[in-house]
Write a protein of this length. Structure first.
Length: 506
C-alpha cells in the first residue's frame, strides 16, 4: 500500500458512541551503558557502520555472552521507579525468528520470567474544565533484552524493503541493552485514550531521564513506543482484536496513531468487517498507518531458556540499596515545583509538554524568576527549536545563558527586544551573552545628551502629538517614545525617554 493511501475512517464521535477502546503500550528504552548487553563492544551512537561489533554480538559460532551488570542495575532501578516487584530469580530466553538484522537468528530476551513485574504509573491528563485528572496505567512487566541491528533499504519511494533496489545492514546497534516496559490493557479511557497514551509515554520518558539510565531521545530511537489498539462494542466488557503500530518516535505521533487506529478500526467494524491482528507502520508525513505483517503470537517465537547465560538473582539487600538511589518521583516533583513557582496547571502542562521542565528549573536556579525562565524557553527558544527541527535541549543555549540574558534585562543593560538579538548571537556561537552584547553593540543607550537630542527630534517631527501632550493627554507620549526607539534602533531606555518627553512638554 502506498504511504499516501488513507483507509476509510469512522468519524471520531461515532467511534466513541459505538465502541470502547483498549490500549496497550510497549516502550523500548535503550540503556546508556558503555558496553553492549552481552559483550564488551561500545555503544556510541552514530559510529561508522559495523565498527562496533565482535563475534558475540554478530552471533559467530563459539562466542559466549556475559550479562552486563550495569544493565541489570538499570533494569532494577526502572522497575522500582515503576512500583514493580523485583524478581528474586529470573533468566533470559531465546526468542527465535529470522530477520536480516538479527545476526544470531534469535533475540536474547526475557519471556515468562521478567526482572520486574506488577507495577503502575499514575499519569495526569486535563479534564473538560482544564484541571489535571489522574489515570492509573498498570505495568505488566519490564524485562531486559538486546536490540537488533538496523536495516537500510536503498532505492524505491518508501524507504521500506518493498520496492527497494538493495538493502544494507548495520550491526552496531545489535546487542545494545534494552528494557521493554509493557502495560496491561488500558481500559476505560474512552475519548481520552489518545491523550493518556501520549501522557504515559511522556511521563515514562521523564522518569527514565530522571533515573539517568538513558538519554531517552525519541528522535535517535533510544526510546521507542509500540502502540497496541483494539475496539470492542460499547459496554461489552470484552477485548477486541488488536493491531500493533511499531516504532512510533514522537509524543505527538503516539497520540495521533491511537486516534487514527481507533477511527480505522471503527470504520472496518461498523462496515461488518473484522480486524486483522497485524503490525502496522506509522507514517509521520501523512499521519496514517499501513499494514506491516501478520502479528505472531508468543508460541510462534518458540521461546526457550538461554542455555549460555546464568540466571539473574538480585539479592534483596542490593534491591533495597538501589531503591535508595531513586530520584524524586517526577510527578511529585512536578507538583512541588508548580507550587513553588506559582504556575497554573496549564502553564505547568505546557512547560512539561515542551520538554522544558528541567531547563526552566536550572534557569531559575541560576537566578532568573520562574516567569522569566518560562517566558524565554516556551516562547522565543521554543520557536527557534521548532524552526531548527530540534529539541530545546539540543538548541545550544544553556540555562546559564538564559539566566544571564534575563539579568541583563533586569539591570537595564538591554530590553526584551535586544535580548532576542542576544539569542541570535548565542545560536551563532558568538560567545557569552555579555560578549554578544559588546560585539553587536546592543547595550541600551543611557547617555543623557544622546537621548535628549533624539527626544527633540521626535518632538519636532511630530508637532501634533507634542501639542496633545502639552494639553494634558499624557498617553500620547507613547507615539513619541516609539519614534525615539526607532531612531535609536531599540537601544534607548524607554523609561528615561518618557521622563524626558514629559519634562520638555509639561
Amino acid at each position: 500500500m502506498s504511504t499516501s493511501t488513507r483507509e476509510a475512517l469512522l468519524p471520531w464521535d461515532d467511534v466513541l458512541a459505538a465502541y470502547d477502546p483498549a490500549l496497550g503500550l510497549e516502550v523500548h528504552v535503550e540503556l546508556n551503558t558503555a558496553s553492549k548487553m552481552f559483550c564488551g563492544c561500545p555503544t556510541e551512537f552514530g559510529a561508522e557502520p559495523n565498527t562496533q561489533v565482535c563475534p558475540t554480538c554478530l552471533g559467530l559460532p563459539g562466542a559466549m555472552p556475559v550479562v552486563n551488570g550495569k544493565a541489570v542495575e538499570s533494569a532494577i532501578r526502572i522497575g522500582l521507579a515503576l512500583n514493580c516487584e523485583i524478581a528474586e530469580w529470573c533468566r533470559f530466553a531465546r526468542k527465535n525468528y529470522f530477520y536480516p538484522d538479527m545476526p544470531k537468528n534469535f533475540q536474547t530476551s526475557q519471556y515468562d520470567e521478567p526482572i520486574a513485574f506488577e507495577g503502575f504509573m499514575d499519569v495526569t491528563v486535563p479534564n473538560a474544565e482544564g484541571d489535571d485528572e489522574t489515570f492509573r496505567v498498570e505495568i505488566e512487566r519490564a524485562h531486559m533484552e538486546e536490540d537488533t541491528g538496523k536495516s537500510l533499504h536503498v532505492g524505491g519511494a518508501t524507504g521500506r524493503i518493498h520496492g527497494a533496489e538493495y538493502s544494507l545492514v548495520d550491526y552496531n546497534r545489535a546487542g545494545i541493552p534494552l528494557i521493554e516496559i509493557v502495560t496491561k490493557p488500558i481500559r476505560g479511557a474512552g475519548e481520552k485514550a489518545p491523550e493518556i497514551a501520549k501522557a504515559y509515554v511522556a511521563q515514562l520518558r521523564e522518569l527514565i531521564v530522571a533515573l539517568g539510565v538513558s538519554d531517552a531521545r525519541m528522535d535517535q530511537g533510544s526510546i521507542r513506543a509500540d502502540v497496541n489498539l483494539s475496539l470492542a462494542p460499547k459496554d461489552s466488557g470484552v477485548l477486541g482484536t488488536r493491531t500493533e503500530t511499531k516504532n512510533v518516535n514522537s509524543l505527538r505521533s503516539v497520540e495521533r496513531a491511537v486516534r487514527y487506529e481507533m477511527q480505522r478500526h471503527g470504520a472496518i467494524l461498523s462496515g461488518g468487517g473484522s480486524i486483522l491482528q497485524e503490525t502496522r507502520h506509522w507514517h509521520e508525513d501523512t499521519g496514517i498507518t499501513t499494514s506491516g505483517r501478520e502479528k505472531s503470537d508468543a508460541e510462534d517465537y518458540r521461546y526457550f531458556p538461554e542455555p549460555d547465560l546464568v540466571p539473574v538473582a538480585p539479592s534483596r539487600e542490593w534491591v533495597e540499596e538501589l531503591r535508595g538511589t531513586l530520584p524524586e518521583n517526577p510527578t511529585q516533583k512536578r507538583a512541588r515545583l508548580q507550587a513553588e513557582w506559582g504556575f497554573s496547571d496549564l502553564e505547568m502542562r505546557d512547560t512539561v509538554g515542551a520538554g522544558a521542565l528541567g531547563l526552566v528549573e536550572e534557569t531559575i536556579a541560576a537566578g532568573a524568576t520562574p516567569s522569566a525562565a518560562r517566558k524565554w524557553w516556551l516562547s522565543e527558544l521554543a520557536r527557534r527549536a521548532n524552526e531548527a527541527g530540534t529539541e530545546l535541549a539540543g538548541l545550544g543555549v544553556s540555562p546559564l545563558d538564559v539566566a544571564r540574558v534575563q539579568a541583563l534585562v533586569d539591570s537595564g543593560a538591554i530590553n526584551d527586544k535586544l535580548a532576542r538579538q542576544v539569542f541570535d548571537g548565542l545560536l551563532a556561537g558568538e560567545g557569552t551573552p555579555d560578549e554578544v552584547v559588546e560585539k553587536r553593540g546592543l547595550a541600551i543607550v543611557s547617555d543623557e545628551g544622546a537621548l535628549s537630542t533624539a527626544v527633540d527630534n521626535a518632538i519636532a517631527a511630530n508637532p501634533d502629538v507634542a501639542d496633545k501632550i502639552r494639553d494634558g493627554k499624557v498617553a500620547a507620549a507613547g507615539a513619541l517614545i516609539g519614534a525615539v526607539m526607532k531612531e535609536m534602533r531599540g537601544q534607548a531606555d524607554a523609561g528615561r525617554v518618557r521622563e524626558l518627553i514629559l519634562e520638555k512638554l509639561t
